[in-house]
Ligand binder design. Sequence first.
Ligand SMILES: NC(=O)c1ccc[n+]([C@@H]2O[C@H](COP(=O)([O-])OP(=O)(O)OC[C@H]3O[C@@H](n4cnc5c(N)ncnc54)[C@H](O)[C@@H]3O)[C@@H](O)[C@H]2O)c1
Length: 331
Amino acid sequence: MSFVPRVLAPARTRLARVAASTPRSLFSSSTRLYSTSNSFFSPQDIHNASHSPDHIQSKMPAKELLHNNHRFSEFDLEGRVYAITGGGRGLGLSMAEALIEAGAKVYCLDRLESPHPDFLIAKKRAEEDYGSSLEYIRIDVRNNTEVNNAFAAIAAQGERLDGLIAAAGINHLQSALEYSQQALDDVMSINYNGVFNSATAAARQMFKYQQKGSILLVASMSGLIANKGMTSPVYNSSKAAVIQLGRSLAMEWGRHGIRVNSLCPGHIITPMVDEVFRQNPAARATWEAENMLGRLALPEEFRGTALFCLSDASSFMTGSTLLIDGGHTAW
Ligand SMILES: NC(=O)c1ccc[n+]([C@@H]2O[C@H](COP(=O)([O-])OP(=O)(O)OC[C@H]3O[C@@H](n4cnc5c(N)ncnc54)[C@H](O)[C@@H]3O)[C@@H](O)[C@H]2O)c1
């Protein structure tokens, strides 16, 4: 799939403006005062919630700090470490930028030989503006050994892994009767097996270092509906499988403090969607007409979602499916 800079460039420019105007002090290091412990939850914690360091009340800034931007500290990711598969470009990279801006160290894992040029801009900003870091590791999420080794290496550096966004995925437009076995294997092995490999590799490290964590599986609204203007039966069902995987893993790992949720975005202008428009130019107008906002999303519009899902702000959310689609499925 080729990247069309023309489409993302305005969004990037806008992002740069937003980033430049965001006060760093919002996530300043002193908010660490309110950061939570790294230990596993116990059922007792739930009963003692109001006394627990993980309880939301304990994260509220003291009155005297309210005038110093020490607010919403449950969104603070200072010192935390995250991995994002498919983070070499598109939605994954935008989400990586959000986590960095909130103070995290982020590793983008992707099969691209080298990440999109936007990655280098984000890396520079991470290091120079946020005193953080953004690293790139080349892996194929289908290779379970490679995935586990990468996650082990990431976690070993700081003896922690706080979360994962599993965004690596591909689409393949083809009607069911013409779908080749090879294409079926490709889509399922990346979109489903790859997400399974990544989520289990991340959880393995969280268990190893006995810490809580948050995992966000990027599914799609196509996992819930058959999308007008997009003939992609296997993509759609691979995303349905991801949604169900999210619930199942949430059930397995919830008592250990590992939360798992899935995200179902509507149509976003990324290289993946550019490829759909290349093959079916009429899809753009169809999709714009099909949602209530009358337009497609920009990857940057999922920054807040990433921050919410990966931070303590979503501490009571697990097994959930977040549908963010401009109203596409609501009518
Ligand atoms: N763009 C949309 O409209 C949209 C809507 C809903 C869901 N999604 C999902 O969002 C996620 C991100 O997609 P995007 O739109 O940013 O597309 P994208 O093509 O820009 O990004 C996907 C990334 O995944 C990587 N990838 C693919 N196969 C891989 C593999 N085997 N190993 C490692 N990395 C691999 C690609 O190299 C690419 O960088 C995907 O899971 C996609 O299905 C996208």
